[in-house]
Each structure stands twice: as structure tokens, then as C-alpha cells.
Design a protein around this ligand. Structure first.
Ligand code: HEC
Ligand code: HEC
Length: 342
């Protein structure tokens, strides 16, 4: 029994982003042939993860073009970029948390979307954008909600006409880009604004820099985060956002054929229920959780991910400690939202 549980945990660990990149199939082939080498290698990798700082702090200052970002901020808050004039980016990515607190988002004419809105805070650090990574970067991403009929439902040309018709936008684009508004520059300005939406100086980042210590409970939570194997998928600067992984690695998660998983892009059955690992930064603020918003509270999300992905049932004490650790990941509110006026 204990062996089985341990094996499950290892299997969870095994799927670390690093191993994923090497190619699952070739690894499994290797595993069969060189079982003992594999086990040694795997133990070494677990140890490296446990002892090293595979989580990096967010830099205190990130360089961005302030003029572009402030223009992007105005666009991000402007509902006139939507077909019925009621929905802006900020309607679903609010200024407090970068997400909304609904299970799934609501777009123009009250239309419900199919997925939970991830936070845009720190999204600049993600290796891809969207739950299944269908946008390569923030620049490519920005046009998707604008055209999505369930979100802003707007036409490219109509937006450009609107920007042209507004003398203050015309002037702003002229100053920043040296000519009249174009769609490419609209997405450029928005993505520059999103780059400025970073949340530095979380308690955990200050701990990594050696400036503060964690409380015993927070330390216990961090210890669990490493030993249970959470860190194999949630690591790097965003504590996630840098690999695709399966939801339901150990116990299968129910499959919704309309879900925006990797399978929707690749049609490879191995990609069913595979998603970009979400960031855990500011995670205490962004309930509900998962791509479908079905986990209403952080407790529920932790219980489910531990069960589905690690085959592990978290005890109440462990839950308490894990949550205390996750709360140290709340950073400073982005300064561009605090003081800088568009
Ligand atoms: C109607 C609600 C809604 C509106 C309006 C909206 N979004 Fe989103 N946003 C979402 C949802 C839902 C997702 C996740 C979609 C998916 O992956 O299936 C998302 C994903 C994103 C992501 C990816 C984050 C990540 O971690 O992968 C970024 C960046 C983003 N939106 C920026 C914007 C910008 C910029 C605008 C305005 C041009 C905007 N959004 C308008 C709901 C919305
Ligand atoms: C095998 C990789 C993997 C492991 C191990 C793993 N996670 Fe995750 N985690 C994911 C993926 C993928 C998702 C996204 C699932 C979805 O929304 O469909 C996720 C989602 C989450 C969420 C919800 C985030 C949100 O914004 O909706 C939390 C919280 C979370 N994980 C915490 C943990 C903790 C704590 C552990 C350890 C007990 C853990 N995870 C272990 C891959 C993993």
C-alpha cells in the first residue's frame, strides 16, 4: 500500500517539465531498458528539485516603454473596443487581480464563455498564452478576445475606424508610433501595458533573496510543495506558465470534448486534458480555479489537483500549511495600476 502511494508520487514527479521536454515516449523506452539507471537519474532529479531554487523571484523592475504602456492601459480599459460598447479587457481581467471572480467569463450581450479567465498579472512571464497555449505571446493574444464573438466580438476595421475618429487616440498614436492608429499597434500597446502588470516583492520572493524568513507554517507548506511533487510542474519565475501538463495524471479527470485543452489543437489523444500549467502567483486572490472554474475555493483546488495529479489526499494540517505557503506568493499590486494615469 505505502509502496503504491510512493510510486504514485514518483509518477507525479516524473512528469516534471524537464522530462516532458525530453519526450515522453523515448523516456519510457529508456525506462524499460535501463530501469536502474532511470531510477537513479530520477532520484537525482528529485533531489535537485528539492534542494535547488527552481523558483525564481520576479525582478523588482522590468523595463517597458512607458508611453506605449500608458496608451495600452487606456485601450485595455476602453469598452468601445467591443461590438456593443459594454465590454473591455478589464471587464474580465479586473484591476484588482487581473482575473474576474466568475467561473466562466461573460462577454458582449451577456454571452458566457467556456473557460475561466486566467489573471493577466505576470502573464508576460508565461511561455505561451491561453489555457492551451494557442497564442505564442501577448502580442498575438491581444487580437483573440477582440474578435471572439463571446468576448468583445469586434471587427478589426471597425476598431481602427473608431480610433481614427477619436482625436485624442489619433494624437496619442501619433506621439507614440509616429503615425495614425493601426490594429497592429493597438495590440502592441496593449501587450506593452500587460508587460507592466508584474507583481514583485511577494514575501516568498523576499525570502528567496534572503531578506525575510518564512513562518514555521509557511516553511512547512513550502516543504510539502516540494516533497509532494507540486514543484515538478509549478516552477520557474511564474511558479507555472512554463510547460504543458495533464490534469488527471494519476486519476483520470472527466473529459469535456469542448474543453480548450491541447487536444483541441493537436488532436493527439495524449493531449486530452493537457493544459498550460497555470501560475501560482497571487493564487490566493483568483478563485475560482481550473480552466473550467469548477474548483470554487483554494481548498477545493488543492484537494483536487493533489488527488488527480499526485494520487494524494491532503490532510487538514497539510492543507493549512500549503495555503499559508501559497499566500506568500501574493506580490505588490502593479504600480502602473496604482498611480500612473493614462
Ligand atoms: C469576456 C471576457 C474576456 C475579455 C473581454 C477579455 N478576456 Fe482575456 N481571457 C478571458 C478568458 C476566458 C481567457 C482564457 C481563454 C482560454 O484560454 O480558453 C483569457 C485569456 C487571456 C490571456 C492569457 C493569460 C494566460 O495566462 O494564458 C491574456 C493575456 C488575456 N486574456 C488578455 C486580454 C486582453 C488584452 C483583452 C482585451 C483586448 C482581453 N483579455 C479580453 C476572458 C476575457
Ligand atoms: C503534473 C503536473 C502538476 C502537478 C504535480 C501539480 N499541478 Fe497544479 N496544476 C497543473 C495543471 C495542468 C493545472 C491546470 C488544470 C486546469 O485548470 O485544467 C494546475 C492547476 C493548479 C491550481 C489552480 C490554478 C488556477 O489558476 O486555476 C492550483 C492552485 C494548483 N495547481 C496547485 C498545485 C499544488 C499545491 C500541487 C501539489 C499538491 C500541484 N498543483 C501539483 C499541473 C500540476
Amino acid at each position: 500500500m505505502w509502496f503504491n502511494a510512493l510510486f504514485m508520487r514518483w509518477k507525479g514527479l516524473l512528469w516534471g517539465s524537464f522530462l516532458e521536454e525530453l519526450g515522453y515516449n523515448s523516456l519510457m523506452g529508456l525506462k524499460r531498458r535501463y530501469r536502474s539507471v532511470f531510477v537513479l537519474f530520477f532520484l537525482g532529479w528529485s533531489f535537485a528539485l528539492y534542494s535547488g531554487d527552481v523558483i525564481r523571484p520576479i525582478p523588482r523592475h522590468i523595463h517597458y516603454d512607458r508611453a506605449k504602456a500608458l496608451l495600452g492601459k487606456r485601450l485595455f480599459f476602453d469598452p468601445k473596443l467591443s461590438a456593443d460598447g459594454t465590454v473591455a479587457c478589464v471587464s474580465c481581467h479586473d484591476a484588482r487581480t487581473g482575473a474576474d471572480n466568475r467561473p466562466v467569463s461573460v462577454g458582449i450581450h451577456g454571452r458566457k464563455g467556456g473557460t475561466n479567465a486566467p489573471t493577466v498579472f505576470n502573464s508576460y512571464f508565461n511561455f505561451r498564452q491561453m489555457w492551451n497555449g494557442r497564442a505564442r505571446n501577448l502580442h498575438d493574444q491581444a487580437s483573440l478576445p477582440i474578435h471572439n464573438p463571446r468576448e468583445m466580438g469586434m471587427d478589426k476595421n471597425k476598431i481602427v475606424r473608431y480610433l481614427w475618429s477619436d482625436p485624442t487616440y489619433r494624437k496619442a498614436f501619433q506621439t507614440v508610433y509616429g503615425h495614425s492608429p493601426t490594429f497592429a499597434e493597438l495590440t502592441d500597446a496593449i501587450s506593452e501595458f500587460e508587460k507592466a502588470l508584474y507583481t514583485p516583492d511577494a514575501k516568498f520572493d523576499r525570502f528567496l533573496r534572503g531578506e525575510v524568513s518564512l513562518s514555521p507554517l509557511e516553511r512547512k507548506g513550502y516543504h510539502l510543495f516540494k516533497t509532494l511533487g507540486c514543484i515538478t510542474c509549478h516552477n520557474g519565475i511564474n511558479i507555472g506558465g512554463n510547460s504543458f501538463q495533464k490534469l488527471g495524471l494519476i486519476h483520470p479527470y472527466p473529459h469535456d470534448p469542448h474543453a480548450p485543452d491541447r487536444y483541441a489543437i493537436t488532436h493527439d489523444p495524449r493531449d486530452i486534458n493537457v493544459y498550460k500549467v497555470p501560475t501560482l502567483r497571487n493564487i490566493a486572490l483568483t478563485a475560482p480555479y481550473f480552466h473550467n472554474g469548477k474548483a470554487k475555493t483554494l481548498d477545493e483546488a488543492l484537494r483536487q489537483i493533489a488527488y488527480y495529479n499526485l494520487g494524494y489526499r491532503i490532510s487538514p494540517e497539510e492543507m493549512h500549511a500549503l495555503k499559508a505557503f501559497l499566500q506568500t506568493l501574493t506580490g505588490k499590486h502593479p504600480s502602473i495600476l496604482e498611480r500612473e494615469k493614462p
